[in-house]
Design a protein around this ligand. Sequence first.
Ligand code: C5P
Length: 316
Amino acid sequence: MAGSPTAEGRQAIRILAPAKLNLGLRVVGVRNDGYHCLESVFVPLDWADELWVEAVPNRTPEVDFEMKRAEDAVQTRAIEIPDGEMNLAHRAVRGFIEASDCSLAVRIRLTKRLPAAAGLGGGSSDAGAVLRALNQLLPGCLAPERCRHLACELGADVAFFLDPRPALVTGIGEQIDPLEDWPILHLLLANPGDALSTPEVFAAWDELSVSLTQSRSGSTLGPLSALRGASASAIWDPLAELVVNDLEPAAKRLCPGLSGVMDQLSQLGARVVGMSGSGATVFGVYESLEEANKAQSQIALGGTGWSRLARTLSAG
Ligand code: C5P
């Protein structure tokens, strides 16, 4: 991230909005408002959207927003990412202007690379990046507590993207405890190409959960302590224990093709296989980049499916 004055009073910054992966996701309760209480390890990935954010203070509040697709963007079939006021990055700017004590005009150029409705947090990450950028350009304009509140209003997992680094995430996604000494993982991400709507996956979980044993709060903590600071050879058993996603049966009900993709990742040498968020992106964790690369060259996904190599980051 780099900030630079572009003219008197103007400040601009280029910022990356990384995808996140959920290494395990346990549903540990349901709130009265229907939101689900979670326990999950969120990690940022080296795959990101890109934003250019320019702020001009002491101006009539105004948002100038443009979105374009990167040449290497991955798109989800049948999903049109809103390119105007409904875009979450646009809403984050308006929220910042309304909640802050500053009058400012903001120009945003968003380059999309991450697929939507894929369980990777792309839209939330754009919103988090906008708030990070504006906080850096205009320190003191929005108190940290108000900024966190705004992030939660924009979406359950936007708060993670205010400072994307490996973290244990609880509540409905807004309680974040950073994890130090987190191992770097080599991944192959794969997706059959179908969009999965988060509310629909949670609703399918509600229906199925009657017949499923619910996770107990705290089930994530055992493997977590074994993983932190572990040597490369000692990560696999606790990682396999951690990477359990309670939303997987619900996602597979809505997207039956997921099982076959996960089976392929295992057959192609993944030590651990899991699903991110509410899907439909699944991942294999490999011993090395070479192993992940070999798996990618052999995986067979239908016409709309995609795969991508990725690495976890220790900070976004
Ligand atoms: O907060 P956000 O807009 O990202 O969430 C989208 C939908 O996903 C919510 O309206 C809710 O149906 C569901 N959700 C949930 N529990 C969470 C997060 C999201 O039920 N912890």
